[in-house]
Design a protein around this ligand. Structure first.
Ligand SMILES: C[S@@+](CC[C@H](N)C(=O)[O-])C[C@H]1O[C@@H](n2cnc3c(N)ncnc32)[C@H](O)[C@@H]1O
Length: 290
């Protein structure tokens, strides 16, 4: 080992085995040029476990009695958790100005509204949606629920704590500052907002467990599927279709589009955004075998 060695190196074969396993587990695809990034990020796990080769680490992930827990750790260091309040504001505008007024009319009898933020990371997106809902003042007395889910337990714990440092506020809209108070380590989200938010660990590839969400009126899944391969993305989009009420909306991040894919969704053009809607009536796709 030279002075500059950082730890074990990854062979091409080890890279292929590991990326296949990660892809099977969570849908994320690593292109060939990501080998060094994967090597760098996983070294931390090898060091934690006292392993000296990526082959040994792969064996551990496949065959060890605690393989599942370590797989979660691996996915955790390999995923990007970047997020912040009021990210991609034009989409939030579509929610506030077009979708919520429609939902208010449609659900006037049940007075119930459910939004799911899938792949919510540390929770800023969930609390953003909740602040917008409450901020409209239009849903007093309603049963409002904003669900946040992520594959990583670590980020879900952070979300439940609800305390955020400065970088989470880089796109913050000042009129919502009233929902925060000073706390050790940053600012704490108000209980009024927190009380309508619910967090849980969930792998989006797990179609069956996703049913625990029940049905949602709106689903946000932003900056998650861009990292997935096509097959996994299609599986997840099918899950979203099943979880949405007829007429419910799916909002993907700006770089994620279903435009060039055959999907069960209708494309809806809003002022500054394109969103997807589960059709009110059954389509040919609903008949396709799973
Ligand atoms: C970049 S963050 C996006 C956060 C937020 N939606 C936003 O746009 O700001 C992507 C999140 O997707 C999560 N993720 C990746 N694969 C997942 C999977 N198979 N199931 C659930 N969450 C997943 C990651 O753990 C990460 O927290």
């Amino acid at each position: 080992m030279s002075l500059f060695d950082q730890g074990p190196t990854m062979s091409l074969e080890e890279f292929r085995l590991l990326r296949e396993l990660v892809n099977e587990t969570c849908g994320i695809r690593f292109e060939s040029d990501a080998m060094f990034a994967m090597e760098r990020r996983l070294r931390e796990r090898l060091a934690a476990l006292g392993l000296t080769s990526f082959r040994a680490y792969y064996q551990r992930l496949r065959y060890h009695p605690e393989a599942q827990a370590e797989l979660e750790n691996a996915v955790d260091v390999l995923t990007t958790n970047e997020t912040y309040f009021f990210r991609e504001a034009y989409q939030l505008e579509a929610l506030e100005k077009s979708i919520l007024p429609e939902m208010k009319e449609r659900n006037e009898r049940s007075k119930r509204l459910t939004v799911w933020s899938a792949g919510c990371s540390t929770g800023e997106e969930v609390y953003t949606i909740a602040m917008i809902l409450l901020g409209t003042g239009a849903f007093a007395g309603w049963d409002l629920r904003v669900f946040g889910s992520d594959i990583s337990r670590r980020v879900i714990q952070h979300a439940r704590r609800g305390v955020y440092g400065e970088s989470s506020f880089r796109a913050m809209q000042p009129r919502y500052s009233r929902y925060f108070s000073d706390a050790p380590g940053g600012k704490r989200i108000a209980n009024e907002v927190k009380s309508i938010c619910h967090f849980g660990q969930l792998n989006l590839l797990d179609h069956e467990r996703s049913a625990l969400i029940g049905t949602a009126d709106v689903i946000f899944c932003r900056n998650v599927l861009i990292y997935f391969d096509d097959r996994s993305r299609e599986r997840v989009v099918r899950t979203f279709h099943d979880r949405l009420v007829p007429g419910g909306y799916l909002l993907l991040g700006h770089s994620e589009s279903l435009l060039h894919r055959a999907t069960q969704f209708e494309i809806v053009h809003m002022d500054r955004d394109i969103v997807y809607r589960r059709p009110m009536t059954r389509t040919l796709f609903d008949e396709v075998d799973r």
